[in-house]
Design a protein around this ligand. Structure first.
Ligand code: ATP
Ligand code: MG
Length: 230
């Protein structure tokens, strides 16, 4: 039973393989204190997404345990887990429907005022207002008026509204123009706030705002330090 999650993450001898495939994470011990912003970097196939997905419990470890505030994720209800841990995926994908509906997915039943407040917080309100039908604009409208950066901001607003203790972000690899990148970076800072965050980072600017950088190779953490040290 988890009342209000603090967001401390622990990997306790975690081993992981997909089905009966090869071992992807050999044996991982990792402690992320509540409130820490961790940037995760490493080559393709290193295991970054796998590690991130274990925290969001897309999968269970083959051995060992992943703990949130000292509680094995397997002992949490689906509801408590979804409330405590939110994962923003690489594609920052949006569902068909309006911008407002897409943001509201973060908190079912959210009022228009709450939706707008979340959008304002992450810096998405201005561009949303400039869309043909504002918050009612269909995000998948043909002609794709919503750019990659704007999609990321919408997904940030959704996550902000959900207000999880732990945020997992698989940063989009798609390059943004400078103004969009600046907006997204600013939105990200607000979204991070005081929550625990694990960011699979593709941008140097993201690594620089992290408290800690983990470098992964072959399913293991090979370097662990501050951005300055690394
Ligand atoms: P990238 O930077 O390309 O996103 P990554 O560091 O996120 O890479 P993972 O996606 O975690 O790496 O993959 C780690 C290993 O697990 C790779 O060898 C990959 O082929 C394998 N893998 C990933 N997803 C699956 C899956 N669903 N089923 C089987 N093997 C998988
Ligand atoms: Mg990945």
């Amino acid at each position: 039973e988890l009342k209000e999650a603090k967001g401390e993450i622990q990997f306790d001898g975690v081993e992981f393989r997909y089905g009966d495939g090869p071992v992807i994470l050999p044996r991982m011990d990792l402690h992320i204190p509540a409130g820490q912003t961790v940037a995760l970097v490493g080559q393709t196939g290193a295991g970054k997404s796998t590690l991130a997905k274990l925290i969001a419990r897309f999968y269970d470890p083959s051995a060992g345990a992943v703990l949130l505030d000292g509680v094995d994720l397997r002992d949490l209800t689906q509801r408590d887990l979804r409330r405590a841990v939110v994962m923003v995926t690489q594609e920052a994908f949006l569902f068909s429907g309006s911008v407002a509906e897409n943001i509201a997915l973060g908190k079912p039943g959210a009022s228009p005022a709450e939706i707008e407040a979340a959008a304002r917080a992450v810096g998405a309100h201005e561009f949303i207002e400039s869309l043909p039908e504002g918050y009612e604009t269909d995000v998948n409208k043909r002609g794709g008026r919503v750019s990659a950066g704007q999609r990321q901001l919408i997904s940030f607003a959704r996550a902000f509204l959900a207000d999880p203790a732990v945020l997992i972000l698989d940063e989009a690899t798609s390059s943004l123009d400078i103004p969009s990148e600046r907006l997204v970076q600013q939105g990200l800072k607000t979204l991070l706030g005081s929550r625990t965050a694990l960011i699979i980072a593709h941008r140097l600017s993201t690594v620089e705002i992290a408290d800690r950088v983990l470098v992964m190779a072959d399913g293991q953490v090979v370097e662990d330090g501050t951005p300055k040290e690394l």
